[in-house]
Design a protein around this ligand. Sequence first.
Ligand code: HEM
Ligand code: HEM
Length: 125
Amino acid sequence: MINLPGWCVRLAVLYALAGMALGEFMGASGDHTLQPVHAHINLLGWVTLALFGLIYKAWPAAAAGKLSLWQFILFNIGIIIQMTGVTVIYSVGPETGGPIAGIGSTILIIAMAMFALQVWRHCRS
Ligand code: HEM
Ligand code: HEM
């Protein structure tokens, strides 16, 4: 069994570095076009994923089993697809990027619902 809380925080810090690097680029260049990408890499990738890690660590029963592993995998796939879609929206156009962002966002919501299920099942005590 993989160390799920550990992997959540290990990936979260990589999103933080990527999100901050993009913020630094935006600040230095004065080009804030990709602000929503910057905001959501940081808020979904760093903050939310790190919270998953801490909650999985605090309630190990919620981290055990296949559902939490798939939740983690789907959430990361969702972030990457959503961020690709939002980047395309702001660089090419919403007709091309919108559907990609929509697929990513749907995957993210499914992964969040899976997390909610684990929390309600296992975070009673
Ligand atoms: C080295 C670190 C960071 C730098 C250089 C940076 C830079 C920036 C810049 C230049 C903007 C655009 C501001 C504007 O257009 O008005 C921005 C917006 C934003 N950043 Fe960062 N940022 C950093 C870290 C973070 C982190 C860690 C988070 C979240 C955990 C975050 C969340 C946001 C949000 C939510 C916005 C949008 C704010 C709004 O709607 O007005 N940033 N950031
Ligand atoms: C499926 C997940 C999500 C979707 C589809 C989504 C969608 C959006 C959209 C469409 C905007 C407006 C962007 C614009 O006006 O350019 C936005 C802004 C924002 N969202 Fe989200 N969001 C999601 C998750 C989150 C989460 C988890 C957080 C915080 C933990 C968050 C925090 C924010 C903030 C602070 C802003 C304003 C900053 C900005 O303008 O970029 N979002 N979001």
